[in-house]
Design a protein. Structure first.
Length: 380
């Protein structure tokens, strides 16, 4: 096969799906891109056995041959095309040797190709249920929840993002037992109840690609008990779902939280960052002391006699209390909220705190974001 393609366009396409390819894989064949010539387009595929991603690029000039599929080492091809991205590339695959010959300007380059016969087949989603979601909802849901997923392989369900579609909207949840994020959108309603657990890796890939578009896209989502696929524009990402039952996250959310703190998010975040510098590095614990219209953020590392204390103006309605949190988890949550102010709801020093975006002037929002953070025992 032969085709001519813009170097920048080819490099951009490969970069967009390169995150699916794992290095040092036990099966070396998946360290390659699969190039497939189809009519007037070249399809690029990458996979890691659990996830497969494809992107199609239309061609102005092409010529089919006896062999129209070839595997090319992903890292080599990406590095070479990156250095030639300002030029049109003439690419030819030798039908006999599978050598991939690339001509650009006065240069000629050859990469050894491999037969595509043993490359994994595209996973099929048989008898699927279907959802069509706006790209902004998917990007927001992933970006607001993915940081809260767990990493414990002994609890694989908590390494993914739980999706629950109900008649009143769609919900995405992530938790690692120390923190939890629930993202709801009333805009995406369905007569059918649907529940499944999505792996974090393909979702991160989907979010990254969708974020590169400057327009709203419709994302067709097909799924069954085993697999899920996302199709939009010239992309298709297919992944296995995580098996098992997701924890009852709703039972972990305290319903009665009479102590309410409203505070400037960036001011609070900056104070937490400063206090975190002087925390005990093993506990990363900071203290919040709440009184009427004042929050005192403090940290104390008795091993090195390091201390931090900073008073902040706020609006607080509730009993005076002191509560401790992990500074890293608190920063992650504050970094993933977009509003100027936040509402922090608490009940007792030994019960979880709930963080919401807060904007009293905003009209009703179709997005509902709840972030739960577990407290830590205060150390004297």
């Amino acid at each position: 096969m032969k085709f001519i393609i813009n170097g920048a366009k080819l490099h951009s396409a490969m970069q967009s799906i390169s995150g699916v390819i794992s290095t040092n894989n036990a099966i070396p064949i998946v360290e390659n891109f699969l190039l497939t010539l189809e009519d007037n387009s070249i399809e690029i595929t990458g996979c890691d056995l659990e996830t497969m991603a494809t992107v199609k690029i239309e061609l102005d000039s092409y010529e089919a041959g006896d062999v129209n599929k070839v595997l090319v080492p992903a890292k080599l091809l990406d590095e070479l095309v990156s250095s030639l991205s300002s030029m049109p590339l003439n690419i030819k695959v030798n039908d006999d040797t599978l050598a991939v010959e690339i001509s650009a300007g006065e240069g000629k380059y050859t990469i050894a190709g491999l037969s595509a016969d043993n490359y994994p087949k595209m996973m099929e989603v048989e008898d699927p249920q279907t959802m069509t979601l706006p790209s902004t909802i998917i990007v927001n849901a992933i970006s607001k929840t993915s940081f809260a997923t767990g990493t414990d392989e002994l609890r694989p369900q908590m390494t993914g993002i739980y999706c629950e579609q109900m008649p009143d909207g769609i919900t995405f949840v992530a938790t690692d037992a120390h923190k939890l994020v629930r993202y709801r959108c009333e805009e995406c309603k369905s007569d059918e109840e649907v529940k499944f657990i999505l792996p974090k890796k393909p979702l991160t890939l989907v979010s990254k690609i969708l974020s590169s578009f400057n327009e709203e896209l419709e994302v067709n989502t097909n799924f069954n008990y085993n697999n899920v696929s996302f199709t939009f524009a010239n992309y298709k990402i297919v992944s296995r779902l995580i098996e098992g039952k997701y924890p009852n996250y709703d039972a972990a959310i305290p319903k009665n939280n009479p102590n309410k703190l409203i505070i400037d998010r960036q001011m609070f975040l900056s104070s937490v960052k400063r206090a975190a510098i002087l925390t005990n590095k093993s506990t990363q614990q900071i203290h919040l002391k709440l009184t009427e219209n004042q929050l005192i953020v403090s940290a104390d590392d008795i091993d090195y006699e390091n201390k931090a204390e900073e008073p902040l103006n706020c609006s607080y309605d509730g009993e005076e209390m002191e509560i401790g949190f992990n500074a890293k988890y608190l920063q992650e949550m504050l970094n993933n909220i977009d509003t100027i102010n936040i509402l922090f709801e608490m009940s007792q020093p030994n019960r979880a705190g709930i963080i919401h975006p807060y904007d009293e002037t905003a009209e009703a929002n179709l997005e509902d974001i709840l972030m739960l953070i577990m407290p830590v025992t205060l150390m004297n």
